[in-house]
Design a protein around this ligand. Structure first.
Ligand SMILES: O=C1O[C@H](COP(=O)(O)O)[C@@H](O)[C@H](O)[C@H]1O
Length: 241
């Protein structure tokens, strides 16, 4: 077994509460140390409970939202009002309900330019914000699909250079996406994986049985930033215990 940190929650609500507590802790520590907290969000179904919880007391008042900067770990290449858009999901569940200054929000561009141009544009935005070729996020929230994908890094993904990549032919719709690269994700200070559902149990077991991941490992197993914690519900964790 690897030394990945594992927290098996009582249920999906308990998982969201644990994630919210850790989000607040990361925000407070990063703001105390660096004056800001740069976060990258994921989409899919799992993080919705967390986003809704962060928009309620005590988190609504405890997080210093004016010092939080919101980016995206991946995005579907659709307009931001499309039902598949992660920006739409995050706006409806979180951004519309917390005092996050509009200037602190950095959605991935998805309209009016080709995916490769959009990836290059977002990479330039990150390079300017972090004053470095690769971003060092204070916190990245990730999910994992039943196939082991995370962000929009799917099994067999190529060795994407730089910090942001355009993805074509994604096995999970929609087919075109933008994603942080493995190098960009692995630079993060802290990573929280949120994983729920019995359909991910065997995949999660495979991740935890892979202590020294290689290029052939599942994408989620290749996330090896030092501060990585896995928060899972009992169904997703059922093959681990
Ligand atoms: O398509 C995506 O899927 C993953 C996993 O989503 P989930 O619904 O199984 O939690 C998500 O992390 C990623 O951001 C998203 O684009």
């Amino acid at each position: 077994m690897s030394e990945r940190e594992l927290f098996i929650a009582g249920d999906a609500d308990d998982l969201a509460r644990e994630a919210a507590v850790r989000f607040l802790d990361a925000a407070q520590k990063s703001i105390a140390e660096r004056g800001r907290c740069a976060v990258a969000l994921s989409g899919g179904s799992t993080p919705k409970r967390l986003y809704r919880l962060l928009a309620q007391p005590p988190y609504l008042y405890a997080v210093e939202w004016s010092k939080v900067f919101m980016f995206f770990a991946d995005e579907r290449f659709v307009p931001h009002d499309d039902p598949d858009s992660t920006m739409l999901l995050a706006r409806e569940t979180l951004f519309d309900h917390v005092p996050l200054p509009p200037a602190n929000l950095f959605p991935m561009p998805t309209v009016g330019l080709a995916p490769e141009q959009a990836a290059a544009e977002y990479a330039a935005t990150l390079a300017e914000f972090f004053a470095a070729p690769l971003p060092r996020f204070d916190l990245i929230l990730l999910g994992m699909g039943p196939d082991g994908h995370t962000a929009s890094l799917f099994p067999g993904f190529p060795d994407y250079p730089g910090s942001v990549a355009a993805v074509h032919g994604s096995p999970k719709p929609p087919p075109t996406r933008l994603t942080l690269t493995l190098d960009a994700i692995n630079q993060a200070e802290r990573i929280l994986f949120l994983v729920t559902g019995a359909d991910k149990a065997e995949t999660l077991r495979a991740v935890f049985a892979d202590p020294a991941p290689t290029a052939d490992s599942l994408p989620a197993a290749r996330i090896k930033a030092a501060g990585t914690a896995w928060l899972v519900d009992p169904e997703a964790g059922s093959a681990l215990i």
